[in-house]
Design a protein around this ligand. Sequence first.
Ligand SMILES: Nc1nc2c(ncn2[C@@H]2O[C@H](COP(=O)(O)OP(=O)(O)OP(=O)(O)O)[C@@H](O)[C@H]2O)c(=O)[nH]1
Ligand SMILES: [Mg+2]
Length: 250
Amino acid sequence: MKIAVVIPTYNERGNVGRLIEQVLAALANPRWLVQVVVVDDESPDGTATEVLDCATRLPGVSLLSGPRAGLGAAYVRGLDHVLTTDTPAIVIQMDADFSHAPSDLPRLVAAIEDGADLAIGSRYVDGNRTPCDWGWRRRLLSWCGNLVARHWLGIAPVRDCTAGFRAWRTSALKNTAYGEVTAQGYVFLVALLKNATQSGADIREVTVHFPDRKLGESKLGRKEIVEFARWAVMNRSPRTVPTECATQAR
Ligand SMILES: Nc1nc2c(ncn2[C@@H]2O[C@H](COP(=O)(O)OP(=O)(O)OP(=O)(O)O)[C@@H](O)[C@H]2O)c(=O)[nH]1
Ligand SMILES: [Mg+2]
């Protein structure tokens, strides 16, 4: 079975090389053929050089470079690339900063093999798994983002709507019409999930450990929050088709 892992990066030089190695190690399984695609937006810190170094040493690693246009735009480029150049059965989205632990990847894949259309690495199904060193602002932001997504945008069955750690059955990902999502920044993740609930996808949340980044800086800034708020105002939909969200504790 083919698995594609799409990782967007901006200034992740200190993380990306180790992350790729750990992703490939975590998914080393004779039944799986793994492709890792890093979508880098011309990071000034030389992230691309690290990725190219990995690509010469490790099979299945590639780099997509382009001008910075936001997290959502990077994902559209990366997803288009993996779905037009190959036929993966599963597509995984994950961050490069180790907040998404490579060791959790087999459990997300297992949920898809078990019949889910979308498996979300969730911080909120088994208590609160957010980092204990998050300040109150970061906690509040995450709580408000989920509150708006669940109740204003109608994604209520999902507990962690803003999580970017996801494994998709390819057919379900295509059903979201991700290429038509206009959100350019982080809100893309919520828009994609909204489309998935509306298309009737079987969504399951898998509890993951979610440590804070140790290297590099967060790119979640005011611009992202403003885009999220604008998009939410324009896309209110409190009555999304209900889905039962199965959960799996760790
Ligand atoms: N290609 C690309 N990647 C981006 C962009 N913005 C963020 N990223 C990447 O998206 C992932 C998530 O970004 P983070 O800055 O960790 O944001 P976050 O995890 O929501 O916020 P924190 O919890 O504060 O780390 C990381 O791998 C980033 O490098 C962008 O504009 N373009
Ligand atoms: Mg992060």
